[in-house]
Design a protein around this ligand. Sequence first.
Ligand code: MG
Length: 305
Amino acid sequence: SDRTPRIGVVRGNRLLDLPKLVGSHWDGSFPGSMQAFIQAGPEAWRRMELLIEKFGSGNFPPEAAPRPEEISLDAPIPRPAKNIVCLGSNYAAHMEESARARGREVKIPPAPVFFTKAPTSVTGPLDRIPWDTTVTSEVDWEAELAIVLGVGGKDIPRSQALEHVFGYTILNDVSARDLQQRHYQWFKGKSLDGFCPMGPHLVTADEFGDPQKKQISLRVNGIVKQSASTADMIFTIPVIIEFLSQGMTLEAGDIISTGTPEGVGLGRTPPEYLQDGDLVETEIEGIGVLRNRVVARRDVLRTPL
Ligand code: MG
């Protein structure tokens, strides 16, 4: 079958093939990826929305509605153009558990703590998390709400920040704790291949509603490890965008992950790290669930769950 990546749109409980649904009605070259579509800008989004409304309710051609077994979900943006910007320490209870585990003093930061994940770490919402046991022995989970910018900008005031957001998705900021410690800086321990499951969908901002009122949770083998509300963020999304964009240009398609609540493996007594075969489910209200199995081998990406 045709394995070419394409954009889908969720209508009710169906995932529709967007090029097959509306492609022939699109004026100009059809965006070949979610990133290209986002970069096309608000006028293109509105045109697409109208086409989806017109053709997506009922009488669509059967080839536009693939059967579930024909679908393999990629991350919404499988290969971001830039590093994913992440926040450390954006939930107070998570700060406390991390500080305790590392024997450090708890200090609420006066400004957001930014770090990044490499674009090559991104993997799909149902893909395996490859664990190279020769590189790390402390693989941990971090459920996070991620935002995708639709409109770039610089020096964006918090009062206008949400107008720059295209949509929201789920990200598991998988972390090699031993590498974070060893290299004194988080980038390496956060950027291993397959350490950034993302998806399962990108929910547009108009549909998602208030991003600071969402339940966020994570389970390992069905056991709840994290369960919190995005209301508990120290720096809200508008504040994050305001800080990040000060003197620094943000662009359409940029991804910002807003930090994880309490309940990571590092913060437990004794610490708990992911093991071969563990199933990690990361869920956010209004978006869906990531289901990623940890596999302690090298060539494990894209094999069936
Ligand atoms: Mg994180």
